[in-house]
Design a protein around this ligand. Structure first.
Ligand SMILES: Cc1cc2nc3c(=O)[nH]c(=O)nc-3n(C[C@H](O)[C@H](O)[C@H](O)COP(=O)(O)OP(=O)(O)OC[C@H]3O[C@@H](n4cnc5c(N)ncnc54)[C@H](O)[C@@H]3O)c2cc1C
Length: 498
């Protein structure tokens, strides 16, 4: 691997963003040595202890490895402004995330296919899901993140697990997997950009380099404008540019490059190349609330990794046990205890990523619209109510426990709704802002090609038409594995035609 690409070596593909999806693409497109890749990442190529240690994930929020975004005031959450972390480092958000690794359900993908993402049903994508994860350390060389159940079940987590298992309303109860190898994070960078892959002459990684614009000539994306060491350069791609900058970065780059809603672009003086009204629309995120219990007696809190899916009306609600309390810092709560997190998996609210200026350096306005609809609020309230019942049923008599949040005085529907608005945060699961579909308004087609421009695909969380009933990172890997296979097949076909 080289770290300073020269103009003399035009890569076949430029991949923008070495995050979850970009790392997969760079790896898979160079597996066969048939193509060359320049992988550009705004963040550093570093892996300090606080990234390696999965338990330190919350300390990475606001650090040098986070873009440090904030949301617009959230009307559904009493107008609170929330932090909105996104990884800015090789590995992207998979280097800063909570390592929960749960696959989406069959029905999630079949629903995508039914609503226009025709070749993305569960059966279509399952082989790529399998390829993106392995349980066996010896399989590391083949690429894919390592998936395990690293933490032992603590007695308290076990008691909550039993209560969930015994309740007919909760499905898929158990200890879920995490992307962890030994006791270390297994990020996209760890699983795909291994030392041997980094040695490939076909792959050039360019960290600390921010793509500021896509270069589009005569309707074809031919390269990128990038800032390295405060210097702007244009780097060209021989075949395609693959945008993998994530659910915030990808729509933002499209818009500053002239691909997006015309009126919005014009209001910032950006020449409109493609009027693509859905770029930056359809932002979806999982709201995350819960019930927090203080545990007064000293105990071993390890035991994260228990979850289940609760059906509330027609939607799934994830229940996830964490052995440390989780609540916003705007609320007073215990230092020691646990939280049964409640997260509606298919919110009806839709948010946006919008421009605030014409440059990539102008932080976008991010509105995930959490609990913006009465339906979403009602589902959260019902989820909290049931989480409470489950904790009450759990055999926790041997510990001195006390429900801290919402607390015993919060009983009726109105008070629970008030609490839900106060406690809800983002689960940091942004998707959907470059939606994939077969309709003309969708940003990318079923092969992830940007409509209206040649030579450009988007491959990351932004193409997901809707959220899945799980944390999204495994789905992002699956999308990128499938995209790499599509891109290689397209290159093969065009070589045969030539
Ligand atoms: C704090 C946090 C906790 C999370 N916890 C979990 C979890 O436990 N389980 C789970 O499944 N999901 C979790 N997620 C979500 C999951 O990590 C993301 O959905 C997933 O990593 C998104 O992958 P991506 O490839 O779309 O984007 P990313 O992984 O974010 O990659 C985008 C990359 O592009 C780079 N980039 C952006 N713009 C530019 C530019 N202009 N020039 C150059 N580079 C650029 C970024 O720096 C980044 O490295 C969490 C996310 C966060 C932020």
């Amino acid at each position: 691997m080289t770290t300073t690409p020269t103009p003399a070596t035009t890569p076949d593909y430029i991949v923008i963003g070495a995050g979850s999806a970009g790392s997969v693409l760079a790896r898979r497109l160079t597996d066969s040595r048939a193509s060359t890749v320049l992988l550009i990442e705004a963040g550093a190529d570093e892996r300090p202890d606080k990234i390696r240690d999965p338990a330190s994930w919350a300390s990475l929020i606001g650090s040098e490895y986070d873009w440090g975004f904030h949301t617009e005031a959230q009307h559904g959450l009493d107008d609170r402004v929330l932090v909105y972390p996104r990884g800015r480092v090789v590995g992207g958000s998979s280097s800063v995330n909570g390592v929960v690794h749960i696959r989406g359900r069959r029905s999630d993908f079949d629903d995508w296919a039914e609503h226009g993402a025709r070749n993305w049903s569960y059966d279509d994508i399952e082989p790529f899901m399998d390829r993106s994860e392995h349980l066996d350390e010896d399989a590391l060389d083949t690429g894919g993140v390592h998936v395990s159940r690293p933490f032992p079940l603590s007695p308290i987590a076990g008691a909550v697990l039993d209560a969930m298992s015994e309740d007919d309303r909760v499905e898929e109860v158990g200890m879920h997997t995490m992307s962890v190898l030994g006791m270390e994070r297994s990020s996209a960078a760890d699983g795909y950009l291994t030392p041997a892959v980094r040695e490939r002459p076909a792959l050039t990684l360019l960290p600390d380099a921010t793509v500021t614009r896509l270069v589009i000539e005569d309707g074809t994306c031919v390269g990128v404008e990038v800032t390295v060491d405060s210097e702007r350069r244009v780097l060209r791609a021989g075949r395609e540019v693959l945008l993998a900058a994530g659910a915030i970065g990808s729509p933002h780059l499209l818009m500053v490059s002239g691909i997006g809603p015309a009126a919005q672009l014009e209001s910032f003086g950006i020449p409109v190349l493609v009027d693509a009204p859905d770029v930056g629309e359809n932002l979806q995120d999982h709201p995350r609330g819960g019930v927090t219990v203080a545990v007064e007696t000293p105990t071993d809190y390890v035991g994260e990794g228990v979850s289940g899916l609760l059906s509330v009306g027609a939607t799934d609600v994830q229940l996830l046990f964490t052995g440390v309390p989780q609540y916003p810092d705007t609320m007073a709560g215990p230092e020691r205890g646990f939280t049964l997190t409640v997260s509606p998996m298919h919110p009806t609210s839709r948010g946006t990523v919008r421009l605030t200026g014409p440059e990539i350096a102008d932080e976008p306005a991010i509105d995930p619209a959490l609990l913006a609809t009465p339906e979403d609020l009602a589902v959260m309230v019902e989820g909290i109510r049931i989480a409470r019942q489950l904790i009450a049923k759990a055999d926790l008599d041997e510990w001195e426990i006390r429900e801290s949040l919402p607390g015993p005085s919060v009983v009726d529907d109105a008070d629970l709704a008030t609490y839900a608005r106060q406690v809800t945060q983002s689960y940091y699961h942004a998707v959907g802002t470059c939606r994939l579909g077969s309709d003309e308004r969708s940003v990318v087609d079923e092969d992830l090609r940007v409509r209206g421009v040649d030579g450009l695909r988007v491959v990351d969380a932004s193409v997901m038409p809707s959220l899945v009933s799980a944390n999204p990172n495994p789905t992002v890997y699956t999308i990128a594995e499938r995209a790499a296979s599509m891109i290689l097949a397209a290159a093969h076909d065009s070589a045969l035609r030539a």
